[in-house]
Write a protein that binds this ligand. Structure first.
Ligand SMILES: Cc1cc2nc3c(=O)[nH]c(=O)nc-3n(C[C@H](O)[C@H](O)[C@H](O)COP(=O)(O)OP(=O)(O)OC[C@H]3O[C@@H](n4cnc5c(N)ncnc54)[C@H](O)[C@@H]3O)c2cc1C
Length: 459
């Protein structure tokens, strides 16, 4: 039977670190959510401030065979940080120090609770650059980014979190600390446990320290806004740019519904009547930026797009504020959104958008699309209302069709949000029994008692 913090038996071993434990009902409630629609209630929340404290809590959970849920900022979209049953939530928010910015070796060492945007700011002030920039970067933690292998708008040119993680310190489910990888850019000794742990969604171990590769800050950046009166023209522009041998650093797409929702939400000056919008950035030397921006503007115009260039840093920031406002703005359309983040090969984005229109018509539900079109990663939002039973059923039924379409087009059911709770019933659509079996064996090797974030990832 799971350990329950509320049981007051005298022979029961108390949770370690009493000063860091909370069982207040209000706080337990707050730690029961993430950005998905899932909800649970933990038996306790513990907020350790160093690796030794993490190890004490993990070893306790191991002895008691109690489920343990690591948690960053709770911005995950798939229920990964949502506690099931009597789970203890292990919140890493207090481990939030940037331990080292090593300019000589171009490395940053951070604790898992550091907010992504804070590292970005500190690095940029030194002329340095950490590319992975989830749209939630002002709130999400680097530990959560590692656990989800988070991507972001700049992934098209710079890759995702996994491409920057050189080494990790983790606490294994039995309480032992382990260092994987290190500070070198190359290392081929043994299996690559670092890359395996990145994206493991808190199901294998707790990440307590992260060694990241950093880059020099690009010299120049140009931001282009291109609007279209036909969605297909935008889709053709995406494939036109990706096949043009230019690699923009950002190629973001918003459909008509997202543009108007964002504009109604924050009045950013976007043309609310546009059928589709592309936000495009190029970076590099002054000469290359000017040349690439010109070529991209030409491709947009050739596909009937209306192009403008952000004139200064303020105009650029405003466009990014608009882009980052999409998620909250969509709730003005309908109170519930089923958020998927399928990915297809870049050239197949037009086919995927057509498939989404067909699915929307078939199930009679509103589907709003935006996302990282440059790497084929489309955020598909089925807008509904949980209280409208009939519509909610139709919305849920559309999800399988969305995944089938992505897989038919040689894509995947998630590009960056992971599996967690919301997608676990669908992983068999993409992965073979052999693959799932091997993954479960790996989980067992790390976590024989099954205490790490149980009930996630696998059906
Ligand atoms: C508005 C919005 C925009 C977003 N945009 C993007 C985007 O552009 N790209 C993208 O990839 N994602 C995006 N996300 C999703 C989310 O922000 C990312 O998945 C992020 O990495 C989660 O970080 P977090 O700190 O909130 O983690 P949480 O939600 O707290 O946890 C996520 C998972 O990581 C595990 N975990 C957390 N910390 C640790 C740790 N230290 N050790 C082990 N496991 C741990 C948890 O158990 C859970 O399974 C967005 C979310 C929102 C709400």
């Amino acid at each position: 039977m799971a350990f329950n913090i509320f049981r007051k038996k005298t022979d029961e071993e108390p949770l370690p670190l009493p000063a860091r434990v909370t069982t207040d009902r209000e706080e337990l409630f707050c730690y029961g959510f993430d950005a998905s629609s899932m909800q649970g209630t933990p038996s306790a929340v513990v907020k350790p401030v160093n690796t030794d404290e993490v190890a004490q809590v993990v070893a306790f959970a191991d002895r008691k065979q109690t489920p343990l849920v690591p948690r960053g900022a709770g911005t995950g979209m798939t229920g990964g940080a949502v506690p099931l049953k009597d789970a203890i939530v292990l919140s890493l928010e207090g481990m939030n120090r940037i331990l080292e910015i090593d300019e000589k070796n171009m490395i940053a060492v951070v604790e898992p609770g550091v907010i992504n945007g804070r590292l970005q700011e500190e690095l940029e002030a030194k002329g340095l650059f950490y590319p992975p920039d989830p749209a939630s970067m002002n709130f999400c933690t680097l530990g959560g980014n590692v656990a989800e292998n988070a991507g972001g708008p700049r992934a098209i040119k710079y890759g995702v979190t996994r491409d920057y993680v050189l080494g990790l310190e983790v606490v294994l489910p039995d309480g032992r600390a382990l260092m994987t990888g290190g500070k070198t850019f190359k290392n081929v000794v043994g299996y690559d446990l670092t890359k395996l742990i990145v994206g493991s969604e808190g199901t294998l171990c707790v990440v307590t320290k992260i060694i990241l590769k950093i880059l020099p800050l690009p010299g120049e950046t140009a931001t282009l806004l291109c609007t279209f009166s036909k969605i297909n023209d935008a889709a053709l522009t995406v494939s036109g740019i990706t096949s043009s041998r230019i690699t923009p650093r950002v190629l973001e797409f918003m459909d008509k519904e997202s543009v108007s929702a964002v504009e109604n939400y924050g009045h950013y000056g976007l043309p609310a009547d546009a059928e589709a919008l592309l936000l495009i950035e190029v970076d590099g030397s002054r000469a290359s930026v000017a040349e690439e921006a010109d070529r991209i503007a030409f491709i947009c115009a050739s596909n009937n797009g209306n192009v403008s260039v952000a004139g200064d840093i303020y105009a650029r920031k405003r466009l990014w504020e608009a882009r980052r406002a999409i998620s909250p703005a969509l709730y003005r359309i309908r109170p519930t959104k089923i958020n998927e983040d399928i990915v297809v090969p870049r050239g197949r984005v037009p086919e995927m958008l057509q498939a989404l229109t067909d699915i929307s018509e078939k199930h009679k539900v509103k589907i709003v699309n935006f996302g990282h079109a440059g790497d084929g990663n489309i955020h598909v939002n089925v807008m509904t209302d949980k209280n409208d039973k009939d519509e909610y059923e139709r919305a849920k039924n559309s999800v399988k069709d969305i995944f089938e379409a992505a897989l038919r087009l040689e894509g995947a059911i998630s590009g960056e949000h992971g599996v967690g709770l919301t997608k676990k019933q669908y992983i068999g659509m993409e992965l073979s029994d052999t693959g799932i079996g091997l993954m479960k064996d790996i989980k067992k090797a790390f976590d024989p008692k099954g205490i790490m974030n149980p009930g996630k990832m696998f059906p």
